[in-house]
Design a protein around this ligand. Structure first.
Ligand SMILES: *Cc1c(COP(=O)(O)O)cnc(C)c1O
Length: 388
């Protein structure tokens, strides 16, 4: 089966991991800070805090912004469930903003409409979590204006967007957000096995995040507000978690990060070829804002046709039976049973639901070769043409 995405691990990566295994520290050693520095430098942020996975990064990001019970948090319904579960962990009230069918990111117009209504009913959000879906950046400048006018904070879920740029700057520079988070799961743009990170330009937030990932404990006398009695001494000053990453993973991350530019270049070339070669009236391709570039985490096409024989569901199973590992990203979050129990319904976000009916993710990963990509393209066009 040609997978929809997969990691690329080299001998260099393996050596980096083996070196840690032979060293004194498997966790809480020097590799974590090294990885954090490389990541911060790569994306142009002041601080990076590496954690155990992207979901932990989201949870800590919300905690650092002091999200609590009764606070309101919004995100896009077209994302992985973790993008909003982080708010539920803190007992916040959640809601979604429907998507822009062209970019599949949350629609700025829908956001503005919803904010106007929320202001009247006194239900304005404290936090908006934007998701750069598939790697295509959201319209951050307009979102920033709304955030200043209506007084909400912004977290970027950039799990798809390590290597994307907006207005010529890396996603992660946090020009229009408090915090930006990444995942390093094997399907993402670089991997540490499991892993994640938060980047920010705010020193205070970074210090708090470092405490929160390790039980809320500090060894810093300035953070305690008094001198320490001895070197053994530490204090727990927040309720934190064990969300640490290991040195083994961090070493892999540093090694992978060196290849990020190469990965993105390969992903971009594959995406370009799909755009040029997959020419069919029933196929709608992804769009990226003109002043931004996508890291092409996934390539999602939508199957749209008047012909009743051309349906996403049928095409999905036909492609799978031809060894093409297509996927669907994502089932709209509000349609999962857990969210229906919270009061969400079919029909709440019609553009997201319509997108979901037609969407199909086709294979794209750095090491995908010409032969496999040609096979995907030709099979897809054949299947569509047979029904035309
Ligand atoms: C992968 C992903 C996450 C969660 O990351 P994990 O490392 O798997 O916890 C969150 N949001 C989005 C958009 C993702 O793609």
């Amino acid at each position: 089966m040609i997978p929809y995405g997969r990691q690329e691990i080299t001998e260099e990566d393996i050596q980096a991991v083996v070196n840690v295994l032979r060293s004194d520290y498997l966790t809480q050693g020097p590799c974590i800070e090294q990885f954090e520095q490389s990541l911060a430098q790569k994306v142009g942020a002041e601080h990076a805090i590496a954690v155990s996975n992207g979901t932990a990064a989201l949870h800590l990001a919300c905690l650092a912004l002091d999200i609590q019970e009764k606070d309101i948090v919004w995100t896009s319904p077209i994302s992985f469930v973790a993008s909003i579960n982080c708010a539920l962990y803190l007992k916040a009230s959640i809601d979604f903003v429907d998507i822009d069918p062209l970019t599949r990111n949350l629609s700025v117009d829908a956001l503005e409409e919803k904010l106007k209504k929320a202001k009247i009913t006194n239900r304005l959000p404290k936090l908006l979590i934007v998701v750069h879906f598939s790697g295509a950046p959201c319209e951050m400048e307009s979102i920033d204006k709304l955030s200043k006018y209506y007084g909400f904070k912004v977290i970027e879920d950039a799990c798809h967007a390590l290597g994307s740029t907006y207005q010529g700057k890396s996603i992660g520079q946090c020009c229009f957000s408090e915090l930006c988070i990444y995942s390093f799961h094997p399907v993402k743009n670089i991997t540490t096995g499991e892993g994640g990170a938060i980047v920010t330009n705010d020193y205070k937030l970074s210090a708090k995040l470092k405490r929160l990932r390790s039980h809320g404990i500090t060894r810093n006398s300035i953070e305690m507000g008094h001198p320490i009695p001895g070197e053994w001494y530490y204090e727990m000053i927040d309720l934190g978690y064990n969300y640490r990453i290991t040195d083994i993973q961090a070493a892999l991350g540093t090694s992978q990060l060196k290849k990020l530019d190469d990965f993105i270049q390969k992903r971009t070339a594959l995406a370009q070829k799909y755009l040029e070669r997959l020419k069919h009236p029933a196929i709608q391709h992804p769009n990226t804002l003109h002043h931004s570039t996508s890291a092409w985490h996934i390539y999602v096409i939508e199957i749209k046709s008047e012909n009743p024989l051309i349906k996403r569901d049928l095409l999905f199973s036909q492609l799978r039976s031809r060894n093409i590992g297509v996927q669907v990203h994502y089932i709209p979050i509000h349609l999962h049973p857990y969210f229906k129990k919270l009061g969400f319904n079919q029909g709440d976000f019609p553009l997201a639901e319509n997108y979901y009916k037609n969407a199909i993710t086709i294979p794209l990963y750095p090491r995908m070769d010409q032969k496999n990509q040609d096979y995907v393209i030709n099979t897809l066009l054949d299947l569509l043409d047979k029904k035309a």
